[in-house]
Ligand binder design. Structure first.
Ligand SMILES: C[S@@+](CC[C@H](N)C(=O)[O-])C[C@H]1O[C@@H](n2cnc3c(N)ncnc32)[C@H](O)[C@@H]1O
Length: 437
């Protein structure tokens, strides 16, 4: 099992914090279904179903994501069972070392002994997976698995050994155990259903989900227009009782009033959502939205901005202006900085990606550009720090517009912006939360 096969610590933090809120919303609304839009690899969906017993439909436009999510969820279920089996064995060893009298007086953590999740549904670990399990579990797996098993770690009442029970009590215990097993079998089998579909505000959920009931709609780091689409769907669909949406990638938002912006899909734009900002024809523009993706908290600790990479990029633009007529292309330079050995190497790699003629410039010419602009790096640093400082204002505008949109709806009983994550671990840390009457 690879380290990142389940989750890294950032994702674990996000999934655990968000799940707690989603589970509370579901409980408050009395619903068991959750629709996770942009579910990606299905971490949140898996956790909500395995840890909170919710029936989760995870919808993602990428089929490799949804297929991967299904497989990962299958493995998670096995590991979860193996973990509980392992715990049970450890407890049994502990028990063997005590007398029955001591055992009945002691309160210790663990499930009822008959409730063995690892048997009964025909899903065992393969030899390979057993081996993986035997090896030292890494931190992430530990973290997730211990979180998964919170319910089995809670103290239970003292357990009287079977030999001391009456026939009637033994019969009752057996019946209860069978009922629990049956319950676990159904819940473990189909509590997470990954679906592949491109979601927009107009998506008909009933066409995707036959068994649709009242549900909570969630989205963790739904990029660009997917977050506003989530909120529009929540408002439009009576089945959706609550919403919890954390957006990201603001640079991908479409804008209704940006004169330089591209057309919105089906005329429905991601910004602004609220009547309040629409009346004023507000727009941010791509540069401002790019800034909104920066992470002030990280930068203030000296992390987050690779100044040299930005400097290389800026000088590349000067070269493109001077020698390639301010060349514009659909092609992306991408992250060539991490592979480049020097500025000259960086420019060669970038020109190659853009399919431009490298022979126009000698290495000496390229190095001269670098040396000419190097003394101005301080200015660029200051400019970027100013951008980072303003980033929360722009993110604030985008998030408050979403909140304002919910506040403008008549049938909502509650709406708020809630900080769910530690911004150092996960900079896009605010959720828009809404509840219908
Ligand atoms: C940043 S990822 C987040 C994935 C996941 N929620 C998580 O936190 O691990 C965004 C996901 O949304 C999916 N996505 C983006 N736009 C979508 C759309 N319109 N409909 C469905 N999925 C979409 C992408 O394929 C991607 O998996």
């Amino acid at each position: 099992m690879e380290t990142d096969e389940f989750m890294n610590s950032k994702k674990s933090h996000e999934v655990q914090s968000m799940s707690e809120v989603v589970a509370c919303l579901a409980q408050h609304c009395g619903v068991k279904q959750v629709i996770d839009v942009g579910s990606g690899k299905g971490y949140l969906s898996s956790f909500l179903s395995l840890q909170y017993g919710l029936h989760v439909y995870g919808i993602d436009s990428s089929s490799s994501n949804t297929h991967g999510a299904q497989e990962r969820n299958r493995k998670l279920k096995k590991f979860s069972r193996a973990y509980q089996k392992h715990n049970k064995a450890v407890r049994a060893q502990g028990k063997a070392a005590h007398s029955p009298q001591e055992e009945s007086e002691e309160i210790k953590p663990g499930v009822e002994g008959d409730n063995d999740f690892s048997h009964g549904d025909g899903v065992g670990l393969s030899q390979e997976e057993e081996k993986e399990w035997d090896s030292e579990p890494n931190q992430e797996q530990d973290f997730f698995l211990s979180a998964l098993s919170v319910d089995v770690m809670q103290p239970s009442s003292p357990r009287v050994p079977s030999s001391q029970l009456t026939d009637e009590e033994r019969e009752r215990r057996k019946r209860e155990s069978l009922e629990r097993k049956a319950q676990n079998r159904t819940s473990a089998n189909d509590m997470f259903s990954p679906l592949t579909s491109y979601v927009t505000a107009e998506t008909e959920l009933r066409e995707l989900i036959d068994e649709l009931e009242d549900a909570v709609m969630v989205g963790l780091h739904t990029c660009g227009d997917l977050a506003p689409s989530t909120l529009r769907m929540f408002v439009a669909k009576p089945e959706l009782s609550a919403v919890c949406s954390v957006g990201c990638c603001y640079h991908l938002l479409s804008e209704e009033f940006d004169p330089a912006g591209q057309e919105c899909l089906h005329g429905v734009c991601g910004f602004p959502l609220s009547q309040y900002l629409r009346q004023g024809s507000w727009f941010c523009g791509r540069n401002a939205r790019m800034s909104a993706c920066l992470a002030l908290e990280r930068v203030s600790l000296g992390q987050g901005i690779q100044m040299e990479s930005l400097f290389y990029r800026a000088v590349l633009h000067v070269i493109l202006r001077d020698h390639y007529s301010s060349f514009k292309s659909e092609k992306r330079v991408g992250n060539v900085y991490s592979k480049a050995k020097s500025f000259v190497d960086y420019v060669h790699r970038a020109l190659l990606r853009l399919e431009l003629d490298e022979s126009k410039l000698s290495d000496r010419d390229i190095q001269d550009y670098h040396d000419t602009y190097k003394p101005r790096m301080g200015e660029m640093h200051a400019f970027n720090l100013l951008k980072v400082t303003l980033a929360p204002c722009i993110e604030g505008l985008i998030l408050l517009d979403r909140l304002c949109y919910l506040k403008e709806q008549e049938d909502l009983s509650f709406s708020a912006l809630v900080q769910l994550f530690d911004p150092l671990l996960s900079p896009r840390c605010y959720a828009v939360v809404g509840l219908k009457n």
